[in-house]
Design a protein around this ligand. Structure first.
Ligand code: IMP
Length: 446
């Protein structure tokens, strides 16, 4: 029973941070398993808002180990700043831990990311990929090309010097690299400051499994940005799937018990790439405004659209979701109707229901077919208060029908509904919800 994973089921920014934070109080270990400073997990707390890029959400909870795991790519300077900021704002309650196997993201990776985007913009795609320009693609490329530096290397100065030297020789073509001697000494210094947090994290987790202590894997990015299963090449460079989370933590697959897929009641995407249910014009603007849809890392406006069941069914099969968390239902309250994409029609007239075309250019040409649902009422403060007080039974009937429909279409129960940004604006619907809609037993209590 011990391992639960939280996975983004769309293009990112579904509210994984909020669901992870909500669940974290029931876990002693929370582990980020991939990505790096491209992530921005936002958690609104009474004491202030935390936007976590590289530190796990677990550190917001007392008694929790917030592990940045081996599958991550860490900018050590950014990690240090993030910890200091959380500490200064009295938001750091758990224990931060940094994997010695995580790869080090260097300033030269950011330079390379910008350089690669400019090459792409001069080629076939004038928009490039729209990366976060944090160096993610280049640092993962170095990792797989076996050129990388890892966190453990920062603590071994001779090894650090030789790996950095090799990397500089490989990157000699890049403009504006910082002087190597200066970077080497800054890395050695940040390594000593971070040393108290650096641990072998896999044995910690294996020990937890042996003691039947529950572990929460905190997904970052999302399935449709997966390097293999996303909308390639408009993807990130890691594996934000449940399988990827196991690889990125060193936990054996058979230990995975729960896989929670997080999806908004609509959809958003930052950066370039196909987005079949995108809506532009007034309605797109409405969703962007009502949902405060701006990237947590780059501040870019997010593209907005409707919930896409072809993608959600695909995400469900890839990740073996055992439950769904549907977020931002409040944003759609009071609309005339709520469209949901049920299938795609290709230019050749073929109907697709659960497997998107693998070629981005083909995906960009499908026509989404919609079913339209009557909207639920506006989420007034009064309704929110009732939901906080009474739980799922105060949900508007139209919204219940919508959730039941998602359950039927994916065959996965909707177990969490989020209707606002605060911690208390998450409803746990009970196991097997929404058909039962009970909240009798604490989740994950075993
Ligand atoms: P990269 O991960 O910076 O290389 O960016 C590749 C693509 O993934 C771009 O479209 C980014 O906007 C998107 N992306 C990366 N991380 C996130 C995230 O945490 N949320 C949403 N989109 C992301």
């Amino acid at each position: 029973m011990p391992v639960t994973v939280v996975v983004g089921a769309q293009f990112g920014d579904e509210g994984k941070g909020k669901i992870t934070d909500w669940l974290a109080s029931r876990f002693r270990y929370v582990v980020r398993t991939g990505g790096g400073p491209n992530t921005g997990h936002t958690v609104h707390l009474a004491a202030g808002t935390a936007v976590l890029h590289q530190v796990s959400c677990g550190v917001l909870r007392p008694g929790v180990l917030g592990i940045s795991g081996p599958g991550m790519v860490i900018d050590p300077f950014g990690y240090e700043t993030e910890l200091a900021d959380l500490r200064n704002r009295h938001l750091l309650h758990g224990e931060p831990v940094l994997s010695e196997r995580a790869h080090v993201l260097l300033p030269l990776h950011e330079i390379e990311d910008g350089w690669e985007e400019s090459v792409r913009q001069g080629g076939s795609s004038s928009a490039g990929l729209g990366t976060t320009r944090r160096g993610i693609g280049p640092v993962y490329a170095d990792r797989y090309g076996r050129w990388g530096l890892r966190i453990a290397d920062l603590l071994r100065h001779e090894i650090l010097a030789s790996r950095l030297d090799l990397l500089y020789r490989k990157k000699a073509h890049l403009p504006g690299l910082p002087p190597i001697a200066e970077l080497r000494s800054r890395l050695a210094e940040v390594g000593s400051r971070l040393a108290p947090y650096v641990r072998a994290t896999e044995p910690i987790l294996w020990g937890a499994i042996e003691r039947s202590e529950p572990i929460l894997l905190e997904g970052a990015q999302s399935v449709l940005l997966d390097i293999d299963f996303g909308t390639y090449p408009y993807v990130t460079s890691s594996h934000p799937t449940s399988a990827g989370a196991l690889m990125g933590s060193g936990i054996p697959p058979q230990e995975l018990d729960e896989s929670v897929g997080v999806a908004k009641a609509y959809a958003t995407r930052v950066g370039a790439g196909p987005f079949p249910t995108e809506v532009e014009g007034e309605m797109g603007e409405y969703l962007r405004k009502a949902g405060s849809e701006r990237g947590a890392t780059t501040g870019r406006p997010r593209r907005c659209g409707w919930l896409d069941l072809v993608m959600l069914r695909y995400a469900t099969r890839l990740n073996g979701f055992t439950s769904l968390a549907i977020t931002k239902v409040d944003v759609l309250g009071g609309l005339d109707e709520i469209p949901v994409c049920t299938q795609y029609v290709t230019p050749a007239g073929e109907t697709l229901t659960d497997y998107p075309p693998p070629v981005a250019e083909d995906l960009a040409k499908v026509m989404p077919a919609y079913e339209r649902f009557p909207s639920w009422p506006k989420f007034t403060e009064r309704l929110k208060e009732r939901l906080r007080r009474e739980g799922a039974k105060a949900l508007p009937a139209e919204l219940r029908r919508f959730l039941t429909y998602l359950h039927e279409q994916t065959r996965v129960p909707v177990e969490f509904v989020s209707f606002g940004s605060a911690r208390e604006d998450t409803l746990w619907m009970g196991r097997g919800a929404p058909s039962r809609m009970t909240d009798a037993v604490a989740p994950w209590s075993g």
